[in-house]
Ligand binder design. Structure first.
Ligand code: PEP
Ligand code: MG
Length: 316
């Protein structure tokens, strides 16, 4: 089935009327690159760098080890885009030497960019390693921070990137509702946004992503989540900047059409989903995607939003 999906789908992501939506891969390291290339990913939209930090529970990996891993991923996409996320430690991704052990609510505590701003040496080493890894390569490097809450966070991250001499675009992940609501302010400091819909759902609905009993509220079709996606995409458009999605939402072919209709400019997902998303997107015009997005936002539940979008896209 996977082979058939791959064979039926190739080339850049686009709607049937040619509106381009680059389809990028989420990777955890060099080991995920072959599948991304095979699926025809146009680059990497989320390189989760946490994996590099898992071997040693007491220390950060050396700069050399990081340069080596980053370079392997960057080399796989000559002329392509690679979006690297700096370390997202804490909450569902705890690291012994960085994550406070005594927090009552780790998901609301020191995690993501907050951890890195508390450990500037770890951030500096990572950014320096990225600068060295990209040296001399034609790749189009973008570096983003997880868990940006406000403009001050975005500025602190951009300053750290500049201080490390990193020649790349700097971006902010939108994973906290405050960042979606004030996206234009954040875009005064960074050049792009990337929506992490897994965490954005968790924080919008106060529903822990690790607790199965509240998984209903983690559904990315929830209209409130779509509203925050729309607010972010509108802000990016007004600022002439890009706004991608790299959470699980992007891997649902129907939702990918809705996200496109909301104004999202690229979609990043596990490589296995790329052929399905590419095929579905190629069957609908941008105007249909926009109508599906409007219908989904007008609904009052995730189920109704999905049904409404499905009805528009299947021409009912
Ligand atoms: C997200 O939160 O949607 C995301 C892409 O990051 P992670 O799943 O790694 O937290
Ligand atoms: Mg996240």
């Amino acid at each position: 089935e996977r082979r058939a999906a791959l064979a039926a789908s190739s080339g850049p992501g686009a709607t049937s009327d040619g509106h381009k939506v680059p389809l990028l891969a989420n990777v955890g390291g060099p080991g995920d690159v072959p599948a991304a290339v095979e699926a025809g990913a146009e680059g990497v939209g989320l390189f989760r760098t946490e994996f590099l930090f898992l071997d040693d529970s007491k220390n950060a990996p050396s700069e050399e080890k990081q340069v080596d891993a980053y370079r392997k991923v960057l080399e796989a996409f000559p002329e392509g885009r690679v979006v690297v996320r700096v370390l997202d430690a804490g909450a569902d991704k705890p690291l012994d030497f960085l994550t406070p052990a005594d927090e009552p609510n780790p998901a609301l505590g020191v995690r993501g960019l907050r951890t890195l701003l508390d450990h500037p040496d770890v951030l500096r080493t990572q950014l320096t390693a990225l600068a060295k890894a990209a040296e001399g390569l034609p790749v189009y490097l973008e570096v983003m921070a997880p868990m940006v809450a406000d403009r001050a966070d975005a500025k602190a991250f951009a300053d750290a990137c500049r201080e490390a001499g990193l020649r790349a675009k700097f971006g902010a992940m939108v994973e906290i509702p405050s960042a979606a609501l004030r996206a234009r302010s954040i875009l005064q400091e960074v050049e792009f946004l990337s929506l992490g819909t897994n965490d954005l759902a968790q924080y919008t609905f106060a529903a822990d992503r690790q607790v199965g009993a509240v998984s209903r509220l983690q559904d990315p079709w929830q209209p409130a989540l779509l509203d925050l996606v729309a607010a972010s995409a509108d802000a990016a458009k007004a600022e002439g900047k890009s706004c991608g999605v790299c959470g699980e939402a992007a891997s649902d072919p129907l939702l990918a059409c809705v996200l496109t209709g909301l104004g999202v400019t690229s979609l990043s997902m596990g490589a296995a989903s790329i052929p399905y998303v590419r095929t579905t997107l190629s069957k609908h015009t941008l105007a249909q995607c926009e109508r599906a997005a409007a219908a989904a936002r007008a609904a009052d539940s995730a189920e109704d939003a999905r049904a409404a979008a499905q009805a528009v896209l299947s021409g009912e």
